[in-house]
Structures are given as structure tokens and as C-alpha cells.
Design a protein around this ligand. Sequence first.
Ligand code: PGA
Length: 248
Amino acid sequence: MRKPFIAGNWKMFKNTSEARAFAGEFLALYEKSDVNVAVCAPFTQLAALKEAFGTSGVKLGAQNMHFEESGAFTGEISAGMLEEIGVDYCIIGHSERRQYFAETDETVNKKLRKAFEHGIIPILCVGEVLEQRDAGKAPQVVKAQTEAAVKGLSPDQIKSLVIAYEPVWAIGTGRTATPEQANEMCGYIRKVLEDIYGDEISEEVVIQYGGSVKPDNAEEIMNMEEIDGALVGGASLKPEDFIRIVNF
Ligand code: PGA
């Protein structure tokens, strides 16, 4: 059975003391429930957050990683390094990385494979840009991204995968997809997986919506049948906002 999963994506915000302060304030408001919760923080804040979250049940995520085991890749971070800290999740293929850091479907696929090798669950991001949506090509784009990303993954790996459908035009813009648009695409992604892996496997995959999820729209989004969770950017930075989304 799939559990609801709310993950925060801090992007390039918060230094270590701010991260510690967040953890303290958030944990004071947080009660463990059936909702799975994670915070995906900048690399330099992961160790401090691991300690701060302790046994609270709040999980930890990174926002990127390299696809090689180790090597001469100045400035990069490996999956093994994240594993050592005890990171549970890693966002892979976020649209900001595809847009600004030349992330491709191929590197996304390599990163997914490497993350699984290290017991890190990828949060795979897929989503179309506005031009593609307006041209009626959103399903085609999302299908191609999804198929390329999961190439060569085993059924067992797919079962634990998290996918975030994030229409690029809804990220940080305050313009959310309508719950119906989000629902439709999340259902479609499951169908794409079903066609490759069958329904028993595809039914296990947690599929989130991301893009301007806020305390005021979280409930409506989470009530949609095909949506299992949310990947939350801006509204995950304040404990009092993030807790309202977690408690949708
Ligand atoms: P947003 O970001 O909630 O600020 O729109 C979502 C994301 O980029 O994951």
C-alpha cells in the first residue's frame, strides 16, 4: 500500500544554523503519522539535519548526486558519500538541474541506477515546459522522460521509486496546475509504468505532484485519487507552512 509522501525541496536556501533552527521548530510541531515526510536540503546541511531529525521519523534527502562511484569530478558528490551520512532520498532530474546544469535523460538514468546501488531512493522529477503544454505535447514529453529515466531498472527498484510530476510552468510561479491537470498526469505516469512493468509493480510507485504547493491548496491536491504526495519548494522553508502541508 502506498503511503502519502510529503517532501520539502529547500533548493539553495538555508545555511547550517538556519537548518538546525528549522529542525527544532518543525519537530516541536510534528507528530509522527501515516504520512511519510522528508526534507531535501543542500549537501552541507545534511549531516546536521541527520543529527537534528534523529529518531523523529522525518527523513532526509539530497537534491542531486553524481552517477559515478568516485573519480576526478571536481565539485561533485557521490551516492556513497550521501549513503554514509544516512540520506534516505535524492531528488534526481529536477527541472532546474535540467535547465541550468545540463542534466539529460541519460544522466538522470545513470543517477537513478547509482542511487539504488547505494540504497538511496530517487525522487525522479519529470514535467513539461509551458510551450509543450500549450502545444498539447505534455503527455508525450512526460512519457519520454519517464521511460528514459527508468531504463534498465529492476521491478524491485521500480517498486520503491518516487516520481514527482512537476510541470515547469508551475514551479515557483504561484501558478499551480489545477488539481485535475495534476491528477490526470500522475495517473498517466502510472500508466506508462504499467505498460513497462505491469500493474502489480506500477501500483507501488509513489507519485507526487510538485509546483506551487502551499498550505492552502495542499488538501485539495492530496485528495486527488492519482496523487500520492507533494514535492514542496518555497513552502517547505518555513516550519509553520510545511507542517500545515504535512498535516493536510
Ligand atoms: P515550488 O517548487 O513549490 O516553490 O513551486 C517546487 C519544486 O521545485 O520542487
